[in-house]
Design a protein around this ligand. Structure first.
Ligand SMILES: Cc1cc2nc3c(=O)[nH]c(=O)nc-3n(C[C@H](O)[C@H](O)[C@H](O)COP(=O)(O)OP(=O)(O)OC[C@H]3O[C@@H](n4cnc5c(N)ncnc54)[C@H](O)[C@@H]3O)c2cc1C
Length: 236
């Protein structure tokens, strides 16, 4: 990991049954751009090599070095389980902020598509965008299995209530009876989105590789969106 620094775990919060938010203080000099990620170093594996995993930053850029991550507990996953058990006050080693999944100049409609904790860089982008007047329509399509899995739901609903130009579209692949929102995978809603926003929107897609690949293919090959308008981040 390049340019290492220590960060202190300030506080934690349970966001959903499988997602824990961790807020770190990395010191006043730590800076990031919305959409970037950090590498965190975990305990040494059996081989002696430290575990290193990337996590996208979920909070808006700030000047105080404090930032939040949202981590899904993966069954049998060494790093995510370690992070779910980490106590407040613990110190971890992290990299500087990295990655190019960041906002293009805001000159056309924006469509964000995320699943699970793939929403975290999108949330950071949204928070940075909505701190100023929003001149373009922004839509977030957020896929999860069930209603209780919708992390940061209150934030997205409040933003949508406050900003007429922001539309929040949660969709559930295993909706319970009584769910009145969208159903199915995010892929199922793409054609309608492109029809609504036009092909010339910027599409930001984040989550597990399979979803990101399918969404990219649909946008590019079936819906005619230009390559440079599709921005992706893959978690595996
Ligand atoms: C750029 C980047 C940003 C990332 N940001 C985040 C983030 O903000 N939050 C987060 O929880 N993870 C994020 N990840 C994934 C993270 O780096 C780890 O892969 C994850 O925590 C699993 O690590 P592990 O050691 O527990 O399990 P491993 O044994 O390394 O992985 C086991 C399996 O877990 C699956 N997996 C990985 N991430 C997820 C996930 N988020 N949800 C469900 N299944 C998953 C993969 O398919 C993998 O095969 C990111 C990955 C990358 C490359």
């Amino acid at each position: 990991m390049s340019t290492l620094r220590d960060a202190t775990l300030l506080r934690t919060k349970t966001l959903t049954p499988s997602v824990r938010e961790l807020t770190f203080d990395a010191g006043g000099e730590f800076r990031f751009v919305a959409g970037q990620w950090v590498n965190l170093r975990g305990p040494a594996a059996a081989s002696g090599e430290p575990l290193v995993r990337a996590y996208s930053i979920a909070s808006a850029p700030s000047d105080d070095g404090v930032y939040s991550l949202a981590v899904t507990r993966v069954t049998g996953g060494p790093m995510s389980n370690w992070l779910h058990e980490l106590s407040e006050g613990a110190r971890v080693v992290q990299s500087h902020a990295q990655g190019f999944f960041t906002l293009e100049p805001v000159v056309r409609p924006i469509v964000m598509i995320g699943t699970g904790t793939g929403v975290t860089p999108l949330r950071s982008m949204l928070l940075s965008l909505t701190s100023e007047p929003l001149d373009v329509p922004v839509t977030l399509v957020f896929g999860n299995r069930t209603e209780e899995d919708i992390l940061y739901r209150d934030d997205f609903e409040s933003l949508a209530a406050r900003l007429p130009s922001f539309t929040f579209l949660p969709t559930l692949s295993r909706a319970a009876a009584g769910w009145s929102g969208r159903a199915g995978y995010v892929q199922a809603h793409l054609a309608e989105l492109v029809e609504r926003t036009g092909k010339n929107a910027d599409f930001y897609v984040c989550g597990l590789n399979r979803m990101v690949g399918e969404v990219r293919n649909l946008l590019r090959k079936e819906l005619g969106v230009e390559r440079q308008r599709v921005h992706t981040e893959r978690y595996d």
